[in-house]
Design a protein around this ligand. Structure first.
Ligand SMILES: Cc1cc2nc3c(=O)[nH]c(=O)nc-3n(C[C@H](O)[C@H](O)[C@H](O)COP(=O)(O)O)c2cc1C
Length: 281
């Protein structure tokens, strides 16, 4: 089992120690052209989680490849690069330029107008462009998670990441949206049941590795994702409040597994799906 950060929730270059405490570092989504992102206000607190409408702000593919990636490589942490775009060929062109990294295709950002192609079409185009491991990060808004997962697997995905944020709105005292864009991506503790349901449905549809994320704050949360069929676990919003979360969650996860009578966390793999544990893939 790998412990990762969720894309966009950690800047490895400003917090290299936090990145090194993970089994692999996942970059913020990279798009072909530089993006300033949405106008402020782009972040809002809510009672049970956080809303963001960053809008994929990033320096763009050329600067990422020439400047950011070499600096990230120097950290000596395995790298996953999150790739975004607005058409299948844009995703594929970035994939073709990446060596020696795992690629996570962001097929599910709620803060930009999405690519018109389906998730499976984008995965198929990227599969042709690269032999690197390819994870498809699909949306929790998917109306049939099993069908989505089977389609991206058939298109050549090596793994599934889920969930991205859910679309949400928060209002200020004057009853106007707190975010300039109106809606944003809702993340944090309230997302956990959504993540568990998505992972459970995905695990029922595929044997591929799954990175589970959404509202993980404790070792117990991570163990629950593993029980629903997550192979790996990613920490997102929790990292903003607690940069020491990777070490803490690992420790808590081992303790929770022992308390539950397992030899280790992976013994819980898939229990919620099948009633009995199966070997982790
Ligand atoms: C501020 C912020 C920025 C994010 N940026 C990205 C991104 O660039 N690409 C992406 O795939 N997901 C992005 N996400 C979504 C997270 O990777 C993750 O899927 C989501 O927040 C759920 O996990 P959490 O509840 O543990 O935060 C972002 C989330 C937040 C809060």
């Amino acid at each position: 089992m790998l412990l990762l950060n969720a894309s966009g929730c950690l800047d490895a270059l400003t917090a290299p120690d936090v990145a090194s405490s993970l089994d692999a570092f996942v970059t913020k989504t990279v798009t072909p052209d530089p993006r300033k992102g949405n106008v402020p206000v782009r972040i809002a607190e809510t009672d049970f989680g956080m809303l963001n409408a960053i809008g994929l702000a990033n320096p763009g593919r050329d600067v990422f490849l020439a400047e950011t990636l070499p600096q990230l490589r120097a950290l000596n942490v395995p790298l996953w690069v999150s790739v975004g775009g607005f058409a299948a060929n844009e995703y594929a062109e970035t994939c073709a330029q990446l060596d020696d990294v795992t690629i996570e295709l962001n097929l599910s950002c709620p803060n930009v107008d999405e690519a018109p192609e389906s998730a499976a079409e984008i995965v198929a185009a990227c599969r042709e462009a690269t032999a690197n491991p390819l994870y498809a990060k699909v949306s929790p808004h998917s109306w049939d998670m099993g069908e989505t997962v089977r389609a991206v697997e058939a298109a050549g995905a090596d793994g599934i990441s889920l969930v991205n944020t859910l679309r949400g709105v928060a209002l200020d005292a004057r009853l106007r949206p707190k975010l300039a864009r109106g809606a944003g991506g809702y993340s944090g503790p309230a997302l956990k049941p959504v993540a568990l349901a998505a992972v459970l449905a995905a695990r029922s549809a595929t044997e591929l590795p799954i990175v589970g994320m959404g509202g993980v704050c404790t070792g117990r949360d991570a163990l629950e994702l593993i029980a629903c069929g997550a192979t790996h676990v990613a920490l997102g919003t929790v990292l903003f409040a607690d940069p020491d979360a990777p070490a803490r969650v690992r420790e808590e996860l081992d303790a929770e597994a022992t308390r539950a009578g397992f030899d280790g966390p992976t013994d819980a793999f898939g229990i919620a799906v099948h009633g009995v544990a199966r070997p982790a893939n």
